[in-house]
Write a protein that binds this ligand. Sequence first.
Ligand code: RNT
Ligand code: ZN
Length: 413
Amino acid sequence: MSSFEKAKTKYKNIGVDVDSALAALSEKPISIHCWQGDDITGFDSGGAGGGIQTTGNYPGKARNFQEMKADFEKACSLIPGKKRISLHASYAIFSQGEKPARNEIEYKHFAPWVDYAKELGIGIDFNPTCFGHPMVKDNLTLSSPDEAVRRFWIEHCVRSRQISNAIGEALDDEVLCNVWIPDGFKDIPADRKTPRMRLKDSLDEVFAEKLPNVIDCVESKVFGIGVESYTVGSNEFYLAYAAGKPDVYTLLDNGHYHPTESTADKIPSLLCFFDKIPLHITRAVRWDSDHVVLFDDEVREICKEIVRNNALDKVLVGLDFFDASINRIAAWVLGTRSVQKALLYALLMPHEMLKTAQDNAEFTKMMAVMEDFKTLPFGDVWTAYCEKQGVLPDGEWLDAVMEYEKKVLVNRK
Ligand code: RNT
Ligand code: ZN
């Protein structure tokens, strides 16, 4: 008997069917963020900013569309299951001599991405880029008191939604369009409400047009570097905003809450009221540092909540990390595979038995079953999944990345 067959029997003994877990996992798309490929530099000379930053200077980052495509494809070849690519507006592709402002971008600037997505057979998600730009004034965009600034970013977000819709039409798909803005103050504000009222008005304009191929969402945050004291788009603000708008959802980024808050626990709360929950899975080390996602407790808890609430089709799983200190392709592969591992881990749990135990107040049984589950042969199931999906298992994929680094990345000077 192979180790996989033995593992299957062990899971069967606790009432779990491994084959259906693997089938469910293979159907769940993960939206992989393009910005890990070049440290959020983008193609329109904007770069990061607005309280987010990469650290590190690992050689070989993608410098243009061609290089990013090649790198992303390399990563995809080592990642099992379904994928999507999450684009930022700053990754627009302009033809020679053309340089439209961010409030002038059009679908045609993303059509090459659509061709690429078609080639790979993957979907696209989209993000307006409201940072790393001279029109961010005094750390404000959609909440700015300067009407020219506010209008500029409203136009940018409107265009981003229209582009998302056109991408969705071209791919016969729905495109998640996520609005995150860096707006905030470094020091104690004198007025916390007026900027929020301006943001509310801006969002109303941004979301005014109904677009059938777009899933709209807003992403809150606690603080950023340089904007430590106050964030206009706080959790309460956006949660209330989304609750009042039937077509706007609130995105959970697990780096955007106070360190002892559980993002996993927010999922079942939101599921009581929303039919979709977009996620940015990241790893916050002491702050929203956006380290590469690992197969750790936090990610496992998030995935347990997705799976045990039968919400695989409701929770839109996206990634958001940017580490410039390690091989960027390995970062993509590790981060994505970690989330998939956590989903598989959750799919292998005997949720019905545990829920019944909870209802029967059998808390001793609950604790023991959860604890014993941890030493079941999960690794054998994951390895078998990688094999079935035709991707290298743990312990082998890194060689492929290193070979690519030697052949391709080191030549990028
Ligand atoms: C910033 C937000 C946001 C960005 C990306 C690049 O704190 O998490 O999602 O990381 O849009
Ligand atoms: Zn995020």
